[in-house]
Ligand binder design. Structure first.
Ligand code: ADP
Ligand code: MG
Length: 309
């Protein structure tokens, strides 16, 4: 038994190494969004943001499988420079909507326009350079904190990295790490919490500073207090720079001040308007809001409490 355990341990460590390098590759591929599902048109011109980033979905149909449509004849407009929220039940297609904008997939019917250009007609790199996404589950590289923030903005200085981390309210935490900004994180590095990971992802997008910003449940792991403080910073930056942004959120308190709130249900827009308009309408949104507010006031903090205090 003893003799056997040595090679098995050895194989185990080889397996772990192998698995981890595969994970690294997967992370890399998912971040670079290899064009497996889309095709670029030859000589496609770059995207030109002539109107400042207006997004239009026109009768968009999409499903991952032909027999199961996710978005059904969906039409909506996100005006340039506005903050728009997308809410709706889990599985209704919120993340899918962002994936289509990034051209991880192409629509199967209808079209998506950014400043009047069908996104299938423009150079894919130029499209993706214009967009920053904080995905629902942010992959981290097995690399330093600094490199993880710098990803996508290789030319940024250390001071710019620090400034982004400060705005994302993660600088003080990073300074507590054993090697500060040089601390290795990821599978083989320091284990960090979901909330810290989300704030590194926010630092990354603030450093990249793209014209279009998409946040997919980007602050869901934070406690209410930290989330609110972070949103104040993000909102300030977006307003100051006049960026177009889309927030997918579960906690309505993070998005109730949006210029437009879109409620998705069963692949369609169920309701759309400002918080005030949707409350007056007394529909799905109003009901959801009142349920969350009741819980918010009942326990003095919030529903869906994050993992950090
Ligand atoms: P939401 O973000 O609103 O929770 P998603 O857009 O992630 O929902 O997913 C919408 C539906 O599509 C869900 O039913 C989900 O299971 C399905 N789905 C998501 N991604 C894939 C995929 N890559 N392949 C097949 N089905 C998927
Ligand atoms: Mg989602």
């Amino acid at each position: 038994v003893f003799q056997l355990s040595v090679p098995l341990n050895f194989l185990g460590s080889v397996y772990r190494e192998l698995r981890q390098s595969l994970l690294d590759m997967e992370t890399l591929f998912s971040l670079q969004k290899v064009n497996a599902n889309i095709q670029e048109k030859p000589n496609a011109p770059p995207l030109v943001l002539s109107k400042g980033g207006e997004i239009k979905f026109e009768n968009v149909n999409f499903g991952y499988h032909p027999d199961r449509p996710i978005l059904k004849n969906l039409s909506l407009t996100i005006p340039a420079g506005k903050k728009v929220a997308v809410v709706g039940p889990s599985g209704c297609g919120k993340s899918t909507l962002l994936r289509l904008l990034f051209r991880s997939y192409d629509v199967q019917g209808g079209r998506i326009l950014i400043d009047d250009q069908d996104i299938r007609d423009v150079n894919v790199d130029s499209l993706r350079r214009s967009i920053g996404v904080v995905p629902q589950d942010t992959p981290l590289f097995n690399d330093t904190v600094e490199h993880n923030i710098r990803y996508g903005s290789i030319d940024a200085t250390h001071e710019e990295v620090v400034a982004a981390a400060q705005r994302a309210r993660v600088h003080d935490i990073i300074q507590q790490f054993p090697d500060g900004y040089q601390t290795k994180v990821g599978e083989r590095g320091l284990m960090i919490s979901g909330g810290e990971k989300q704030r590194l992802a926010v630092s990354r997008i603030l450093l990249k500073d793209p014209p279009l910003l998409f946040f997919d449940e980007a602050t869901s792991a934070l406690d209410t207090h930290t989330e609110q403080a972070l949103m104040v910073n993000i909102n300030g930056i977006l307003r100051e720079k006049g960026r177009t942004s889309v927030f997918v959120a579960h906690r309505l308190r993070t998005i109730f001040d949006s210029d437009i709130i879109i409620v998705l249900n069963e692949g369609k827009v169920a309701e759309m308007g400002t918080h005030r308009e949707l409350i007056d309408r007394a529909g799905v949104y109003a009901e959801l809001w009142s349920a969350q507010e009741t819980r918010f006031h009942d326990d003095g903090t919030s529903q869906n409490e994050g993992e950090e205090e």
